[in-house]
Write a protein that binds this ligand. Sequence first.
Ligand code: SF4
Ligand code: ZN
Length: 290
Amino acid sequence: MKCECGREAIERVGGRYYCKECYSKRYLSLVERSIRKYGILKRGEKVLAAISGGKDSVAMIAALKELEDKLGIKLEALHINLGIGEYSRKSEEVSRKVCEELDVPLHVVYLSEYGFTIGDVKRKACSVCGNAKRYIMNRFAREEGFDVIATGHCAEDIVANVLKNLYSGNFEWSEKLLPRIEGYFKFVSKAKPLYEIGEKENLLFVLSKGITFLPDECPKAPDPKWKELVYEIEKKIPGFKKGVLRSLVRREKVESELKSCKICGEPTSAEICQFCRNVKKFGKVRKIPL
Ligand code: SF4
Ligand code: ZN
């Protein structure tokens, strides 16, 4: 099959065949559009991109490097060696190679410097690991003067976490999954440039660019059942992922823009609340007794 440009196609996406070059262009324009739409990164920012060596973080760094001038950002990378045996050794090696290939300055921090490794943690390793990564990323970024930390969370990661939070009764945790969280107190701003981008799109991008990445899964990775569930639902309800991602942003906007109704004083996202508008429209008494 041929791409519209006449070159050999590598993949069919959304009913069209793409060659490597045209696919990369499409991917970059999707990432750029999403960054602009949600204000994920701002002009002039010094960005610290976290790299594990996996396809998602590699795709993010490669895309940000290509968009660096256009977006007006300054990009550097951070790899945290978590001390998970052979997996961490390979992760660091790949991260170093990728940053060298892309000419992105890389910083490496070893969790062992703090006196423990994730390899030593027997139970709930991901929760200890997630906390360690957030701690080190934030402290490093703040102390080194970065404006924002970018992570390679993809659309499926985010939607799977929204479902998990809903299930466990911690839906409010989902605000951590928003495409951008502004910094406060000693927290540096956080950004997810791949908020709307699927993991298969990331994989295809790194493959079409011929960039090194680590295909191995972390040996401590949990059962991927939540992500599988996202794929199952998407099959039955096409557009489900996008719907969840957009409603997460919309919900946050509505909450942050709450004000008091000009007529009755009750909370509303508009000048006049829906109830007062209904009273005006349907009520026989035009004035609200207060
Ligand atoms: Fe850490 Fe768990 Fe991810 Fe492995 S799968 S890197 S232990 S959070
Ligand atoms: Zn083409």
